[in-house]
Design a protein around this ligand. Structure first.
Ligand code: FES
Length: 365
């Protein structure tokens, strides 16, 4: 029986040419009708046409790939059937209970040509999201909870957590946190990146600035990733952050940069939405190494944390190095362990940071 629904068949092109074209494009291609973008596909001898805008964050499905009959979004890998537009049961991101459904279109081949019925577009069914997930707390608006000044110390040095070694930067950081807790009426927390399972940034921002989200897309994809602890500390809990790094070939540690790349998701909110997640918070730095380049490292750290929204106290870092010719690391560790002046300087840095935090918070009341 003929359908009495209105139809609007549009010629797309010769079916054989399109098959060849699609085969050379990995089975997918974007076609545009006015405002509409459609992901045209050819898989196991069947054409398919669905909307090209992903249900998750609007990623361009037509630029993804097709596997097992499903189109995978290039941004965060949600999958939708290439003909029906229905999301795969596991959409690739545990935060979504269901990926919903993408609009789909009827197609027909007549006299060797492929036609698409624009009027047959089905309704988009939006994704639904799980509640009460381990990262739900990251979705709230940042708001300072009342209480004492809170200081988080973050160690970025690398080591095997099962075989820890002595670290000069950790020693200075921990000794200053302990003293601050006893003498400054503050709460403290110590986080060591080497004890956490942190996935590297996958460069979502490089795909599109809109593909980099807050909370971080990786945090939402992988609940085993522990970067959420750093986000929670920096965005919500702490008033002051002290970041400690060793010097590695004239730069901060590799774990420092791993963390920094993941913090792009905070900075990107400013670029994209004019949303500043970090306000009236203080950052300062401890930099130690057998060899030097402290000024360059501190400059980089200051500029990055400034870009996140942190401010820094006067004399914002403590640096220690025995200089370029010092390769004798036993002497270096002895020096730091025994050097009271260095520990005093680290504590004073923390004191300046806490003082600045108090001033900022008082100005806020
Ligand atoms: S999976 Fe498509 S936009 Fe995130």
């Amino acid at each position: 029986m003929a359908s009495d629904k209105p139809q609007n068949w549009i010629l797309i092109g010769n079916a054989e040419d399109l098959k060849r074209d699609l085969a050379s494009n990995g089975g997918l291609k974007e076609i545009i009708f006015g405002e509409k973008k459609v992901a045209l596909s050819f898989f196991e001898n069947k054409f398919g046409a669905i909307g090209s805008r992903c249900n998750h964050m609007g990623g361009p499905l037509a630029r993804g790939k097709i596997e097992g009959g499903y189109v995978e979004c290039p941004w965060h890998y949600w999958k939708f059937h290439h003909q029906s537009g229905e999301a795969m049961n596991t959409v690739g991101e545990p935060i979504a209970k269901s990926g919903g459904s993408i609009p789909s279109y009827n197609l027909k081949v007549e006299n060797g040509d492929l036609y698409l019925d624009l009027a047959s577009e089905t309704k988009r069914i939006s994704a639904t999201y799980n509640q009460g997930l381990p990262i739900s707390h990251l979705f709230r608006e940042p708001k300072r909870e009342p209480g004492r000044i809170r200081v988080v110390g973050i160690s970025t040095t690398s080591m095997d957590k099962n075989h820890p070694r002595y670290s000069t930067s950790i020693h200075l950081l921990k000794s200053s946190l302990l003293r601050a807790e006893n003498e400054l009426d503050v709460e403290t927390k110590f986080l060591a990146l080497h004890e956490m399972n942190i996935r590297p940034c996958e460069g979502f921002y490089s795909k599109s600035e809109r593909a980099c989200s807050w909370p971080c897309s990786i945090t939402k994809i992988d609940f085993n990733d522990e970067m959420a602890k750093i986000y929670d500390a920096l965005v919500f809990w702490a008033d002051v952050v002290v970041v400690a790094t060793p010097i590695r070939w004239g730069s901060a540690s590799s774990l420092y940069y791993k963390m920094v790349e993941r913090l792009n998701s905070i900075q990107n909110q400013i670029t994209l939405k004019n949303k500043v997640l970090i306000q009236q918070k203080v950052a300062s730095f401890i930099i130690t190494g057998g060899q030097d380049n402290i000024q360059m490292i501190s400059g980089q750290m200051l500029s990055f944390f400034g870009e996140l929204g942190f401010v820094s106290p006067p004399f914002p870092f403590v640096g220690h190095s025995l200089g370029w010719t010092a390769e004798e690391m036993e002497r270096n560790t002895d020096f730091v362990q025994r050097n009271e002046k260095l520990h005093e300087q680290a504590f004073e840095l923390l004191q300046r940071s806490v003082d600045l935090s108090k001033t900022l918070l008082a100005g806020n009341n």
